[in-house]
Design a protein around this ligand. Structure first.
Ligand code: GRF
Length: 188
């Protein structure tokens, strides 16, 4: 059984989709062994409690530096024997400590077709630009913002004018694509 950790800061719908996919065998031989959350009390922590997934919650301001809290996280990943770290709405740039110890084994999901629309407001930015094909990207994490090598992408065509409807379409593509990409990476 390969263990993975999902990092999230807020809602956690991708955390829940990945956990469900692991439990149903859609991601074979995989256990979501840890949810890491940098915002204590975020909605994702309630999902994790309901699903019985251990949570590592912390406040960055309780630590002297990013290196300090990343050391604490990486020590826990080591202790559990985590094979892959999946960022899913983790609203922080990964620093040197985690990249040094887990580099190449950290991936992220982004709600746009990178390299178009990086950053924290990708769906809104693409909508305001007026694109006709949106999408989702899974990529490796390096020291750049949304810039690591692309692993998988799925296009989401949409020509409507309802950003809530668009957001729902993009999230449902995410909930399919992330488990599929994780399954492929774990099988390599
Ligand atoms: C997703 O759109 C993901 O692509 C982005 O942040 C969002 C997280 O949503 N990185 P959720 O917390 O998984 O619901």
């Amino acid at each position: 059984m390969k263990k993975i950790a999902v990092f999230a800061s807020g809602n956690g719908s991708n955390f829940e989709a990945v956990t469900a996919a692991a439990r149903s065998g859609l991601i074979p031989d995989c256990e979501v062994a840890l949810c890491v959350c940098d915002r204590p009390g975020a909605y994702v922590t309630g999902r994790a409690a309901r699903l019985g997934v251990p949570v590592l919650e912390f406040s960055p301001r309780d630590f002297g530096s990013k290196r300090d809290f990343e050391k604490m996280i990486a020590d826990e990943l080591d202790r559990l024997g985590i094979a892959l770290v999946c960022l899913a709405g983790y609203m922080r740039i990964v620093g040197e400590e985690l990249l040094g110890r887990y580099g190449g084994r950290i991936i992220n999901i982004h709600p746009a077709l990178l390299p178009a629309f990086p950053g924290a407001h990708a769906i809104r930015d693409a909508f305001e630009y007026g694109v006709k094909v949106y999408g989702v990207t899974i990529h490796r994490v390096d020291s750049t913002v949304d810039g690591g090598a692309i692993i998988a992408q799925e296009a989401v065509p949409y020509e409507g004018r309802d950003i809530d409807e668009l957001t729902a379409l993009i999230h449902s593509a995410e909930h399919r694509l992330y488990p599929a990409a994780i399954a492929r990476l774990l099988a390599e």
